[in-house]
Write a protein that binds this ligand. Structure first.
Ligand code: ZN
Length: 289
């Protein structure tokens, strides 16, 4: 299994692209989230963009989906003719339908009409723009969401904002567990400590874990609220890795308050709980299992 961190930053971090992880196993090329730069970074990594399938979305914050349509259109313009499966929490279907039927409807129509015209004039054009909208989208929840000859992907709800007091606000975030080639990789999604991430990461060979800020930044009400309910600090990710018994953890979803110079401080926080391998994620980092 080959894991490429395409983007390891947050919306306001100018030094890193946003959440996207490519996992290749056998003939499968799977993308987990499609944050800003996902397509650009797949180009940089030399990935087979036309073969990406499926795409798994953890949740609907912009930094996880803002390149989703770019993945759909770029893969088609680079030769994709297969139906691309997309999995994500409740609401994913509606978002993709809006992209196709509303936001980019004119763009899709443009490409179809453009190619018709080129062909009418006797020109040649290999791409089939109809493939842009050739997607099979599934709103999924807890359980096995995808199985192929190469791998199995299981989803579980994780805790990235708890709005139980706002009943009309359905906010869901998933993490994913990928089992292939006798190995396990877990994508945390955005989450603080919760049962979901512990189940997903149980004994994993690699945990790709969001770690938003150093614990030293958790000094006021806003940051304490964030660290308790939305995104973990360096003091929590070691607890997650230790409790789940993972062999190795790579940190991602790094705000601008985390950089290479801060790694010793972050690692000291993590070492309070976890003795395994810890890596600071970098854009285009490749991990082989
Ligand atoms: Zn988020």
């Amino acid at each position: 299994m080959r894991v490429t961190l395409l983007g390891t930053g947050t919306p306001t971090n100018p030094h890193r692209f946003q959440s996207a992880v490519l996992i290749e196993s056998g003939s499968s090329v799977m993308l987990f989230d499609a944050g800003r730069g996902a397509v650009h970074q797949m180009h940089q990594a030399g990935s087979a963009i036309d073969r990406v399938n499926p795409v798994f979305i953890t949740h609907h914050h912009i930094d996880h989906i803002n390149d989703l349509f770019d993945v759909m259109i770029s893969s088609a313009m680079l030769g994709r003719s297969h139906e691309m499966k997309i999995f994500g929490p409740s609401g994913t279907k509606e978002i993709v339908r809006a992209l196709i039927e509303k936001v980019y409807a004119q763009d899709i129509r443009f490409r179809i009409e453009e190619i018709k015209e080129i062909r009418r004039l006797g020109g040649d054009f290999a791409e089939e723009p109809e493939a842009i909208a050739l997607v099979d989208v599934h709103d999924v929840g807890s359980g096995v969401v995808f199985e192929s000859d190469d791998c199995r992907v299981t989803a579980e709800y994780v805790r990235h904002g708890d709005f139980a007091h706002v009943p009309d606000f359905k906010w869901r975030c998933l993490g994913y567990r990928i089992e292939a080639e006798g190995k396990v990789v877990t994508i945390s999604g955005d989450t603080v400590m919760c049962d979901g991430i512990i189940d997903l990461a149980d004994g994993a060979d690699l945990l790709v874990q969001c770690c938003h800020m150093p614990q030293s930044k958790v000094t006021n009400i806003a940051m304490k609220y964030l660290a308790t309910n939305i995104l973990p600090s360096s003091a929590q990710v070691g607890k997650i890795a230790a409790q789940a018994g993972v062999k190795r953890m790579v940190l991602t979803h790094l705000s601008a308050t985390i950089n290479r110079d801060k790694f010793a401080e972050i690692l000291a926080d993590i070492r309070q709980d976890y003795e395994g391998d810890v890596l600071l994620g970098e854009d285009l980092m490749v991990l082989k299992l």
